[in-house]
Design a protein around this ligand. Structure first.
Ligand SMILES: *Cc1c(COP(=O)(O)O)cnc(C)c1O
Length: 428
């Protein structure tokens, strides 16, 4: 596939063709995928997308180009822009490799890279909103995106409303004549509520509304956003794409209709990503399938076990039957990942601290998607959690890494025992 990357202008979108990323098959030893060849499975694409060893003397990986200036042989070449690359900010073979891979995995018409997941969210929003427009946002949105909506978007004259994620067909009642964009996140942050993306997107499209969705939790491997009606598909590449807790990056993939405005604003804002972070994301992509399957297996074992523990009120994990939107997850997703929320029965916060402070294998920290397990105490008055928890409950978000689930459960059980003993002391 050709993603119009190095062009100085918003180029016409080039729709992806089946198997095009396997086009450099000469070097990889695969038969060239022609039009009659069925599109390769996503797992195969993850390995081959955005890679062209024949271009680089047969070396398997795309080299890192650290670049600002690109020299031209003559004035004619410089002014005529005869070369594929003109300036580091506008794209290098390294950035193009990841853009092409993301575009192919998402099934979009074009993709751009951003220096963080949050910048990918805000870029996508700004690409389709103008003063006087109305924006509809899921109430389970990632907190910093809500902050951007309340801050910069309102300052620019955009009206913002937050709708309950389970609204489904009721979305029509939230539309205004000036509604221009619908922002989804499924499952949503903290509450893990799964949305009916195809139904919401269909309603939006009937009213000329652009659909954005952050699908960092599922990645394109477990949720094909464009195929479900999303125009701008956002990934916090910091999370599973990079996968090793050592890079910051975001991606936006666009449908043909949404691509020109996205590409143009991405250029105007001067967004680009350093070669090292791109390399880490490309490296992460190659193992995304095996990592995600292991995160999925481990998280399901731990989540089901937590449901049985007496200290736990509820586990919010889309693949568990009583989690909000579970049926939609069954219908629309092909897997679940390692992040979920545990609602604890009411205890003093000091007991939650005792639980978390002594954990040996779970780190305490923000972000997720790396190979390691993480725990994070949540403010149960935050976002949609009050709707899902009894008063007085505390919540803990867990990311299940690639460790052995038995070891993780032993660590958690010790923590729950510490929690129970603090609770007892405080009652005496
Ligand atoms: C972490 C996260 C982001 C932001 O990604 P950064 O790379 O940390 O900026 C966006 N959306 C969701 C759902 C996230 O969890």
């Amino acid at each position: 596939m050709t993603v119009p990357l190095a062009s100085a202008h918003a180029a016409a979108p080039t729709p992806p063709g089946p198997g095009l990323a396997l086009g450099s098959a000469s070097a990889s030893g695969l038969a060239t995928a022609g039009e009659s060849t069925p599109a390769a499975a996503l797992g195969t694409r993850l390995v081959h997308a955005g890679r062209d060893p024949a271009k680089y003397h047969g070396f398997v990986n795309t080299p890192l180009f650290r670049a600002s200036t690109v020299l031209s042989p003559t004035v004619g070449d410089l002014l005529g822009r005869t070369q594929p690359y003109v300036y580091g900010r506008r794209g290098t073979p390294t950035s193009e490799a990841l853009e092409q891979a993301v575009c192919e995995l998402e099934g979009g018409a074009g993709a751009v890279l951003c220096p963080s997941g949050l910048s990918a969210c805000t870029l996508a929003l700004l690409s389709c909103l103008s003063p006087g427009d109305h924006l509809l946002v899921t109430d389970a949105v990632y907190g910093p995106v809500r902050h951007a909506c309340e801050g910069v978007l309102r300052r620019l004259g955009v009206e913002v409303s937050y709708f309950p994620p389970g609204i489904g067909a009721g979305l029509v009642h939230w539309l205004r004549p000036n509604t221009r964009a619908l922002y989804l996140e499924s499952p949503g942050s903290l509450s893990m509520e799964v949305q009916d993306v195809p139904a919401l997107a269909a309603i939006a499209h009937q009213h000329g509304v652009t659909v954005l969705a952050d699908s960092s939790w599922a990645t394109p491997l477990f949720f094909q956003a464009h195929a479900r009606g999303v125009d701008l598909s956002i990934q916090a590449g910091t999370k599973y794409l990079s996968g090793h807790a050592d890079g910051m990056l975001g991606t936006v993939s666009a449908s043909a209709a949404a691509w020109p405005a996205l590409k143009s604003l991405h250029g105007d804002l001067g967004l680009c990503v350093g070669a090292d972070d791109i390399f880490l994301a490309l490296r992460g992509l190659r193992t995304l399938q095996v990592r995600l399957h292991q995160h999925e297996r481990g998280a399901l074992v731990v989540a089901r076990w937590l449901q049985q523990q007496p200290e736990v009120a509820r586990v919010l994990h889309p693949a568990l039957p009583r989690s909000p939107g579970h049926e939609l997850w069954l219908r629309d997703f092909t897997g679940s990942s390692g992040l979920f929320t545990v609602v604890l029965k009411p205890v003093p916060f000091a007991a939650v601290e005792a639980f978390l402070n002594g954990l040996r294998l779970f780190g305490l920290g923000y972000s997720w998607g790396g190979f390691e397990s993480l725990a994070l105490p949540l403010d149960a008055s935050q976002g949609r959690l009050p709707q899902l928890c009894e008063p007085g409950c505390h919540c803990v978000r867990l990311h299940i890494g690639l460790e052995d689930p038995g070891d993780l459960m032993a660590d958690l059980r010790e923590g729950l025992d510490r929690m129970a003993s603090v609770d007892m002391d405080s009652l005496l």
